[in-house]
Design a protein around this ligand. Structure first.
Ligand code: SIN
Length: 494
């Protein structure tokens, strides 16, 4: 039976990067709910923000842009760490083999997105940055001798003893396993699937946030759910294909269904205003024109440039009958990113000893009330490295690490209707625009679902996912009720 020093939960960039940065002397178990490459990180298009070269002036501009986007609710110490450590971690990604896009002279190309006053976003594969990064890191993780990988296994709870995290309970086949280790790192990603429409993959159900909450960890800022302004619009619900903000960074404009540009009515930076403003402006414009979408127009850009720079978007739109070089792209805002999460300090440790978190499930404080585009992949690397560095420097006593198995009778409930009910409520009442009345209605429904679930525990993944969806929905609703003013992604029209 293997013994582990570190359990990493999740296989997006945060999980992969943390695992890779743990010293070879410590044994790591990386657990993921699905296959290794199913994550939000894999789907990231726009890029990764940061400064390749150390420069106080560039660092300061990046900090300023992030503060403006976050409505100054950011933790400044954490933000300085994010920006000042970007150079080291971006270069580390390059050393890991990530092939960022370059010009003919071999210089790395930089793009802009909403809220950035400078071109500081590195991208790869045109608009497939996440895939390029994850595809470079996965083989390294698979071949590193001190890392074991457990796929298709769901962490259903944390094991807490004497106020410390000592491991996880994992549902795998028809067994629940208690796997203990001196350190546990949650890198479970986003919460998108609790909404009807999202850019996230269906695995993103807020599992890490929910299990940390059940264990008593502090969760904050969950009212700040970021809606991406431009997801490809169609009548289907579920995961929606992202039309990267980088398209606006390269000159794309927004038109309402009457064919008029409108961002001048809302912000001086027009289409490159921070993301919360653009989503709220589109919402307003859709309302005023009785429509469920607007358009992104890139027809004025060079067709060859569009096809080379945005190959994924170009092909995906073509599959849906839209030639972006000639046609307007129908888009609408959908859930994209949770700015809050499990509170972590500068080491990445949560309020529970020996429990760490990194990536979207964590709240390091860097994002404030609205994340600046492309800061999230950067955050995965900066906190992943910090967590690993801290753990590497500590001595571990391995004899506490062990695996205990319990056979369970798996039930085959799917809870389809309740899942749809949660998504419907969250979309309608806890979306871009919120009122106290709607939030209270949402709370009534979700608390009933949550109570019923707690009374009738089942041993299957669908049960735990649903429990987590309801738990996270409840946290968001309560946070949204508590914050009476509009700020960043949290927009109260009452
Ligand atoms: C995008 O490509 O528009 C998304 C980038 C991000 O969410 O940071």
């Amino acid at each position: 039976m293997e013994k582990y020093d570190v359990i990493v939960v999740g296989s997006g960039l945060a999980g992969l990067y943390t695992a890779l940065n743990v010293t070879r002397r410590k044994k790591v178990l990386l657990i993921t709910k699905d296959k290794l490459n199913l994550s939000n990180s894999f789907l990231a298009q726009g890029g990764i923000a940061g400064e390749l070269f150390e420069s106080d002036e560039s660092y300061q501009k990046h900090i300023d842009d992030t503060l403006i986007a976050g409505s100054y609710l950011n933790d400044v110490d954490a933000l300085k760490v994010l920006v000042y450590e970007s150079s080291h971690n971006l270069n580390k990604l390059i050393n890991y083999g990530v092939n960022f896009d370059k010009d003919a002279n071999g210089n790395i190309l930089l793009t802009r997105e909403g809220g950035h006053s400078e071109r500081r976003i590195l991208h790869a594969g045109g608009d497939a940055t996440g895939k390029a990064i994850v595809d470079s890191l996965i083989p390294l993780v698979m071949h590193k001798a001190n890392i074991d990988i457990l796929e298709y296994s769901m962490v259903i709870d944390l094991i807490i003893q004497e106020d410390q995290c000592i491991g996880v309970k994992v549902l795998n086949d028809n067994k629940i396993k208690d796997i203990t280790a001196p350190f546990t790192v949650l890198c479970t990603g986003g919460i998108g699937d609790i909404y009807k429409n999202t850019t996230n993959p269906i695995v993103a159900k807020g599992d890490g946030i929910a299990i940390a909450h059940r264990a008593g960890a502090k969760i904050e800022n969950m009212e700040f759910i970021q809606f991406h302004p431009t997801a490809f619009f169609n009548k289907e619900t579920g995961p929606r294909f992202l039309i990267s903000e980088a398209m606006r960074g390269e000159g794309g404009t927004l038109l309402n269904v009457e064919g008029h540009r409108f961002m001048h009515k809302y912000h001086l930076l027009l289409e490159l205003a921070p993301r919360d403003i653009v989503s709220q402006s589109i919402y307003r414009e859709m309302y005023d024109t009785w429509s469920d979408h607007v358009y992104l127009d890139v027809r004025h850009l060079d067709p060859n440039f569009l096809q080379n720079r945005f190959p994924t978007i170009y092909n995906r739109c073509l599959e849906n009958g839209i030639d972006i070089t000639k046609d307007l792209i129908p888009v609408s805002p959908v859930e994209h990113f949770s700015c809050g999460g499990i509170v972590v300090d500068l080491k990445g440790e949560t309020t529970i000893k020996n429990l760490f978190a990194s990536g979207e499930c964590a709240d390091s404080g860097v994002h404030g009330a609205n994340r600046l585009a492309s800061n999230s992949l950067l955050e995965c690397t900066v906190w992943g490295r910090r967590i690993a560095k801290y753990i590497n420097e500590l001595d571990t006593v391995l004899d506490r690490s062990s695996i205990v198995e319990e056979e369970v009778t798996i039930s085959n409930y799917t809870y389809r209707d309740i899942r749809l009910q949660i998504k419907d409520i969250m979309e309608r009442y806890v979306g871009i625009v919120r009122t106290e009345k709607n939030l209270i209605s949402a709370k009534e429904v979700i608390s009933k679902i949550l109570n019923d679930l707690k009374k009738d525990r089942k041993s299957c993944m669908a049960y735990f996912e649903l429990l987590n969806m309801a738990t996270v929905s409840m946290i968001i609703i309560e946070s949204a009720l508590n914050r009476k003013e509009s700020v960043g992604c949290h927009y109260r029209i009452d």
